[in-house]
Design a protein around this ligand. Sequence first.
Ligand code: M6R
Length: 364
Amino acid sequence: MKNGYPHFMMKEIHEQPEAMKNTILPRISKGLPDFSDDKIPDEIFKDCNQIHIVACGTAMHTGMVARALMEPILRIPVTVTIASEFRYEQPLIDEHTLVLVISQSGETIDTLAALRLAHEYGSKTLAIVNVKGSTIARESDYVLYTHAGPEIAVASTKAYSVQLAALYMIGCRMALVRGKFTEKQAMDFLSDLLDVIPAMETMIAQEQMIKGVVSHIIQSLDAFFIGRGLDYAFSLEGALKLKEISYIHAEAYAAGELKHGTIALISDQVPVIAIATQEHVFSKTISNIREVKARGAFVILLTKEGSVVDDNLADIRIRIPDVDDRFTVFPIAVVLQLIAYYASLGKNLDVDQPRNLAKSVTVE
Ligand code: M6R
């Protein structure tokens, strides 16, 4: 079952490039995103004036990435709400809202309740789901299945990547049908999306290096993940992954917000995993890294290969391939998953079945 891997999580990390291909390739026609086989009509992308994303946990974090990706391209509001909050709110959605519901299992009770509420408000719903025939898939207006295959480890890995792949394709199709992308721009965008697959393979191949890096944080009680813009959205998932399976308390923080209180927690006992892959805020994030370094933090910096930084900025630097800024989440996700995996392993914990957690949360 584990195909020779010690844990399902490691197997699933390794399966990501294949899962990405399985999710993306059947939906490319003449170089453009095409959902006709999924029976998703372009009207739902054209007719909406806002997008509302609802999901839980890791799936919700893909929504945070999608928001940061899509709003600048589509120029319509993209809101992300945790499903367990959404279901008890009076959301500002209507028949002109496209509600994207994201769930690996398709059975998460809060996400299902959010889907039903969206229907009560008359919104069109499109679910991104991994498990065929699941309740959310059956009840939503339209479904875009991710093709990750079964995900067994409680900590979600390959489902995160393919949910993102699906969201990137939706963003691309929407931009095309709404006149925000030319065909050439949409083709280039998809080509950039395909380029992340070898970039993910490159990072998977560096697992032993990442194992070595993790030895520096394994004794810590707390850790911070910082970044700006898309990098902040990636940080959320890095922190969740580390908490979930290594039981190290981890917080993701928008780097520029640290000095409004939280920097008081930074000391030489608190490692900081800093993500700086976004050119337009790169120098700003670097300044924030200097601030935490000056307070003694052990800094692990994640940047693109080609980024230029001072040698003494970070204690350790992990370089990802130079993919376009909008796509760095894919190789970064592999690094964050491996950090969590080796932290859990190094602490002799149950990697695949962390305490207090179930794979599918079907009760409130
Ligand atoms: O099956 P779902 O995608 O709806 O599950 C949502 C969350 O429970 C799930 O992503 C959870 O946060 C993961 N265990 C995190 O690794």
